[in-house]
Design a protein around this ligand. Structure first.
Ligand code: MG
Length: 379
């Protein structure tokens, strides 16, 4: 009997045993490492991410991001996952923990049934995308570890094709603070500028005083006049900008399509889209999509979104939230498929608890020899 069949047979014998549901455990508290009962064991705990700099977006400012760390134990192996919940996406620690506590993954005896588990998760609740992503990431980590391979290899991707990753700066009225932010961009070959906060040109001009690095722009839905948006696209094009992300509010589809017809820069959908069915909709108004695991419910659907966008002739960008290296490194496994990566979320936080993705010479560098999503917890 091979190992897999042995596991299945063992699991059948235990199919009616009482099984624990997901539970909290305090940070640092040893978690139950279930060994050999052939079931998936989910545990999770809140973990607040502290930002190195306050984050100024078009519609908010913050210094922390709520997160939830997730583990799935199976047959002595552990998969790590994470939910990160920027406030504008509507999830929070309470909603994620509430959702995860409703899941009974112990009914599953095969961690490779990722599609079945996603269907089960969608049946429990339709939304809760970050919560689902945390489970999906942990499943990919676990199954990769069982196979002994990182996911970029399982998908057949060449890590040398991973793109440069952008590093995000936001405007600061204090010139010294702004200069400090610009200095931090030095290792990167593309810098992402957050716009729509009322200092759009000042941010670019401040950057241009110190650096000629190519930029990309994220307007975060901040431009509401299509003519002004077009003027800004031309202005940015003359200043080394490569593309504009979510220029207008996601509801302004016709205006965005109008802008796309005239803009010298590609327009990339971010807030406009979440999951796989949104990709075809985005093609009507945008040149490309920004895939993020916390929107797509994790790697399973993110991979499908990248394939579909390519088939539709669209550009693909891979983004992240402010996250530990856990979720960012998981996303990086997909990076050889994409045109642009914006995988700096782990670099923006002061209290990372995982070692994973590195930025080497501005480029996304996936840990080569680590199976699963490629992370190790920092002791
Ligand atoms: Mg964005």
């Amino acid at each position: 009997m091979n190992r897999r069949n042995f596991l299945k047979t063992s699991a059948l014998g235990l199919a009616f045993a009482s099984t624990p549901l997901a539970s909290f455990s305090a940070p640092g508290e040893p978690t139950r490492a279930k060994r050999g009962d052939g079931r998936l064991h989910l545990t999770f705990e809140p973990y607040e991410l502290r930002l190195k700099h306050s984050f100024n977006l078009a519609r908010s400012q913050r210094t922390t991001t709520p997160g939830v760390q997730v583990r799935i134990d199976y047959d002595g192996l552990r998969g790590y996952g994470e939910a990160s919940m920027p406030p504008y996406l509507g999830e929070n620690v309470e909603s994620v923990c509430s959702y995860l506590s409703r899941l009974d993954l112990s009914q599953f005896t095969d961690p490779f049934r990722i599609k079945d588990i996603h269907e089960y998760m969608d049946s429990v609740a339709p939304d809760d995308r970050a919560a689902k992503a945390s489970v999906d990431i942990a499943l990919h980590d676990l199954t990769g570890k069982i196979m002994g391979q990182p996911w970029y290899k399982i998908w057949g991707l060449n890590p040398d094709k991973a793109p440069n990753t952008s590093y995000t700066i936001s405007y600061d009225a204090d010139p010294a603070e702004m200069k400090a932010k610009i200095d931090e961009t030095a290792p990167f070959k593309i810098v992402k500028v957050k716009m729509g906060v009322g200092h759009d040109k000042e941010t670019v001009e401040a950057l241009r005083r110190h650096s000629d690095v190519p930029i990309c722009v994220d307007a975060n839905q901040g431009w509401t006049d299509k003519h002004a948006a077009l003027d800004m696209c031309h202005w940015l094009s003359e200043r080394g900008c490569q593309f504009v992300e979510q220029p207008m509010p996601k509801e302004m589809i016709e205006e965005t399509a109008w802008l796309r017809e005239r803009s010298p820069l590609p327009l990339i959908a971010d807030e406009f889209l979440q999951r796989l069915p949104d990709v075809a909709r985005a093609a009507a108004a945008y040149d490309g999509i920004n895939i993020k695991l916390m929107k797509s419910t994790g790697l399973h659907e993110a991979h499908q979104m990248a394939v579909l966008a390519r088939a539709l002739g669209m550009k693909v960008m891979l983004g992240c939230m402010t996250e530990t290296s856990c979720a960012v490194t998981a996303a990086a496994q997909l990076s050889p498929m994409v045109d642009w990566a914006d995988l700096d979320g782990n670099l923006l936080i002061a209290n990372d608890i995982f070692d994973g993705i590195k930025v080497v010479d501005g480029k996304v560098t996936i840990p080569a020899d680590r199976p699963g999503i490629g992370v190790e917890p920092i002791a």
